[in-house]
Design a protein around this ligand. Structure first.
Ligand code: FAD
Length: 460
């Protein structure tokens, strides 16, 4: 870059901001980060946020970029598939891929964030300040106003560029919107469902009360619970439920008796290992789930939105954090192109990235319906069986939509979505027309699926 601007101000030291700070620090920029909350390495601030997350290949690309793959691996619990629990307490495992080496991981948000912060701070050109929340960004003058939550003082910071990684409620995005200085498009769509975190505590011997290496799902059509393992033997359980529809909903689950009755009726095997249900239920908040899309992400060469601040999505593909880490990888690749000003860099980054973050937002909504409902249906289970066999027998020739999104780092989310949706349509159509079945010769099935997929892709 001709006039290399050196001072970068990052707002928000969550998952995306701390990785970005680390990478830009490695590249030699002077990086100052302001984080609203206290330092999570010193104060326990996990309550109410998702405690663990599904971490997969796209997120791991970010770890490889900064040389942290091995350290992060130590924080991971592999989850090879979904373990489905029916109402009678029967379980069956549906692997994420027919290729043994493809699986996702459960990781603690706090441990991962702490590692990234510590690694970023090893660079003396990276400074991270906690308890300082951004109130407003003057994107024309590249300054930001902060409040110090320790002494209640307010101050203004100047920088060459400001990058906001301050999550779904971004202060920079609000400043764009309220500033009305340029054409800024913004949409926020809430689901009618919210979520609440619960837990399965470790067994008395410190072990796991149910199978460790799976993402557990109790699909019930209009609602579900899921559970992801933690390193200490516990599971974080999340209930996804409508606020006001159906026999049981967040608005009418108001007493310990109704909550217990709901779990007794719908999730009896989970209730058996959740003696702490009622306490968790009334202590933990219920939070909404929404999708945020906006554009442009940048204002000239001054400011840029990244991570959830640019594209918050619902959690059903387990990709929000992974996408935010991939943002950093993509941004880094644009920096490598040698463009000579920040406006060109921000423009090029948004151009290559936006189509993919729009796609994962839509895929995440699709998966909401698949997880709470479809995974329990016979035709979807047969489709899954066929896809597992195809991936096992023809590992080079076939990848399901899930694999394309989760494990194929070489293509973007949009390409994964288009191909994956066409394959889904092809298999489901042929299953309902009895053109294929899980018992057919698998080579024959592959040919038919490929042919039908190409025909669908051509039509679209
Ligand atoms: P955040 O993690 O939200 O970080 C933003 C940071 O900015 C925070 O530290 C915040 O305190 C700080 N901040 C906010 N406002 C200000 C301000 N004004 N000034 C200064 N600092 C500020 N993703 C996955 O990949 N896999 C999953 O399994 C998964 N599960 C999820 C489950 C749930 C229930 C939810 C809600 C999300 C899940 N996600 C998952 C998504 C994931 O949490 C987000 O995509 C990810 O945290 C985005 O990282 P971020 O750094 O952009 O934002």
């Amino acid at each position: 870059m001709k006039e290399k601007k050196q001072n970068i101000l990052i707002i928000g030291a969550g998952l995306c901001g701390s990785l970005l700070a680390l990478r830009l620090g490695q590249r030699g920029y002077n990086v100052t980060v302001y984080e609203k909350r206290p330092d999570l390495r010193k104060v326990d601030i996990s309550a109410g946020r998702s405690i663990n997350l599904a971490f997969s290949d796209r997120g791991n690309k970010g770890m490889k970029l900064v040389g942290l793959e091995e350290k992060v691996k130590k924080l991971c619990i592999p989850m090879n598939g979904r373990m489905i629990h029916d109402k009678e307490g029967n379980t069956f495992m549906s692997n994420y891929s027919g290729r043994d080496y493809e699986y996702i991981n459960s990781i603690s948000r706090e441990d991962l964030n702490a590692l990234l912060l510590t690694e970023a701070e090893k660079h003396e050109n990276v400074k991270i300040h906690f308890n300082k929340g951004c109130k407003h960004v003057d994107f024309e003058n590249t300054t930001a106003e902060f409040k110090d939550y320790v002494d209640n003082s307010e101050f203004k910071e100047d920088a060459d560029v400001i990058i906001a990684t301050d999550g779904a409620g971004s202060a920079l995005r609000k400043s764009y919107y309220l500033g009305k200085k340029f054409l800024f498009s913004f949409s926020q769509d809430y689901l009618t469902h919210g979520y609440k975190e619960l837990s399965i505590l470790p067994a008395e011997n410190g072990g796991y009360k149910t199978f460790k290496n799976a993402l557990h799902i109790w699909p019930r059509g209009d609602f579900m619970i899921i559970a992801l393992p933690n390193l200490d033997g516990s599971f974080t359980v999340t209930l996804f439920l409508s606020y006001d529809e159906g026999e049981y909903n967040f608005n009418n689950l108001t007493t310990p008796e109704i909550v217990t009755e709901f779990f007794q009726k719908e999730f009896p095997d989970a209730l058996e290992i959740m003696p702490n249900l009622v306490d968790d239920f009334f202590e933990n908040p219920t939070a909404p789930l929404g999708t945020i899309k906006c554009s442009p992400w940048h204002y000239k060469g001054n400011t840029l939105l990244m991570g959830d601040s640019a594209h918050a999505i619902v959690p059903f593909y387990g990709q929000g954090m992974n996408a935010s880490f991939e943002d950093v990888v993509e941004f880094d690749a644009v920096l490598d192109e040698g463009l000579d000003n920040w406006e060109a860099i921000f423009k090029a980054y948004e151009k290559r990235r936006k189509k993919d973050t729009d796609a994962i937002a839509d895929l995440a909504i699709d998966n909401f319906h698949e997880m709470k409902d479809h995974v329990g249906q016979a035709i979807f289970q047969e489709k899954r069986k066929i896809e597992m066999a195809l991936e096992k027998e023809f590992p080079e020739d076939y990848s399901s939509k899930y694999s394309l999104v989760t494990f194929n780092e070489d293509i973007g989310y949009r390409e994964a979505m288009l191909r994956g949706r066409a394959q889904d349509k092809a298999i489901l159509n042929m299953l309902s027309d009895n053109v294929i079945s899980a018992e057919d010769d698998i080579k024959d099935v592959l040919e038919k699926v490929k042919e039908e997929t190409e025909a669908i892709l051509e039509d679209d």
